[in-house]
Design a protein around this ligand. Structure first.
Ligand code: ZN
Length: 117
């Protein structure tokens, strides 16, 4: 006989038992939240420290690529994450080679596209 776990939502985030592998601690906090705290949060700086680190990285990339046609390379899927990154890098003065690979989902004739600003 198969048993079905009762529906449960994390007390800290939006994750719930629609994730078949989710587990909760005795306070109802899911394992995704614990993984975030133990792994991601150590490299997550959504503050002035992160802005400073990012600006230092951009400064280094610009200097190293000053005499190159492009100073960086990024993939652009067309989704919101890579689109945001492309615009953000352009706004910050980088000159990325932007690559897009059509994995069969595009309405384009070519299977490989490469472009930059
Ligand atoms: Zn959670």
């Amino acid at each position: 006989m198969m048993t079905v776990a009762a529906y449960q939502v994390c007390t800290r985030c939006v994750m719930d038992t629609t994730d078949p592998d989710i587990t909760f601690d005795d306070q109802g906090i899911c394992h995704h939240c614990h993984e975030f705290d133990q792994i991601t949060a150590k490299r997550w700086f959504p503050n002035a420290q992160g802005e400073s680190q990012m600006q230092n990285t951009f400064t280094r990339i610009k200097a190293e690529g000053a005499n190159q046609e492009y100073d960086s390379i990024i993939g652009l899927s067309g989704g919101i994450d890579s689109s945001y990154l492309a615009v953000m890098l352009k706004d910050r003065g980088l000159r990325p080679l932007v690559m897009h690979v059509d994995g069969g989902w595009n309405n384009l004739d070519s299977t490989f596209k490469c472009n930059t600003w």
